[in-house]
Design a protein around this ligand. Structure first.
Ligand SMILES: [Zn+2]
Length: 276
């Protein structure tokens, strides 16, 4: 069983165009670490997993509403997909995520300045009231401060810090320091997407324990076309964890989040109970 908690879904042609023409292409790393040919393999890639958390593929010029709509179209009828829409102010997100069945969203700091959160308050409020999840990056100390602020103001909203909280260059010291700052808060989870250093994965397990760490590939952020899940999971395999820890990492923790984020539609609960 394998659940990938971090896959981006986008269109090859649009990405190709954006990567080529963007005025940000020399500023932000995301433009250079993606190959449109990899995106073409998405459907093949998805065959490897039992479930996946689907996030819109974005760039600075991404129209968030359109990226969300595209994602919805792609995953609506895919029983494997747990949609994670991007936060934005012009869509009725609370309504959308309710209809999509999962109280989970992503905030991305290429698109959202952590200092300018006023127009996101309503959505944080909603996630807080539903005890939902927010996926985000730390990457720098200012976003770390943002996480602290959210934990204080929205105590029931859980946060998944992507990439073990690493910075852009994935420094060992920065990442372990971030893990040290975050692990004691039971409402903070993390994922190992893009982490290549097995020592960092081991360190995260030592601190967080094994029940709040998710596996994620961050597909298609990889230059080589033809990449499969078996390639992405190598750093985790090299971390030499126990069988039980691998089970938690590769599916149990994600299953728990799927269960926790499921929206409480009328009749849904009863049906779920009966199926159990
Ligand atoms: Zn990502």
């Amino acid at each position: 069983m394998l659940i990938d908690s971090h896959i981006h879904i986008g269109r090859k042609h649009e990405c190709e165009k954006t990567i080529k023409n963007s005025k940000y292409k020399d500023i932000y790393k995301i433009y250079s670490c993606i190959n449109p040919k990899t995106i073409r393999d998405t459907d093949i890639f998805l065959r490897d997993v039992d479930n996946f958390f689907a996030i819109p593929l974005f760039f600075c010029e991404t129209n968030i509403e359109k990226a969300n709509d595209d994602l919805i179209k792609r995953v609506e009828n895919n029983p494997k997909a747990i949609p994670i829409l991007l936060m934005c102010k012009n869509q009725n997100l609370n309504n959308l995520i309710f209809l999509l069945n999962y109280n989970i969203l992503k905030e991305h700091f290429t698109l959202h300045n952590p200092k300018d959160i006023s127009n996101r308050n309503e959505t944080y409020d909603y996630l807080n009231s539903q005890e939902g999840f927010l996926l985000l990056h730390t990457l720098s100390n200012s976003t770390y401060q943002h996480v602290m602020h959210l934990r204080k103001e929205y105590p029931k909203m859980k946060i998944i810090v992507a990439h073990l909280g690493r910075n852009g260059s994935c420094d060992y010291d920065f990442t372990t320091d971030m893990i040290d700052k975050l692990y004691s808060d039971e409402n903070i989870y993390t994922d190992i997407s893009t982490i290549r250093n097995p020592d960092l994965i081991r360190y995260a397990f030592k601190k967080f324990g094994s029940s709040r760490i998710l596996y994620g590939s961050d597909f298609p952020f990889e230059k080589n076309p033809g990449i499969r899940e078996k390639d992405y999971i190598q750093p985790a395999i090299k971390a030499n964890l126990k069988d039980d820890e691998y089970d938690n990492l590769f599916f149990r923790n994600a299953e728990e989040i799927i269960r926790l984020t499921k929206t409480r539609k009328e009749g849904n609960d009863v049906k779920d109970e009966m199926e159990r």
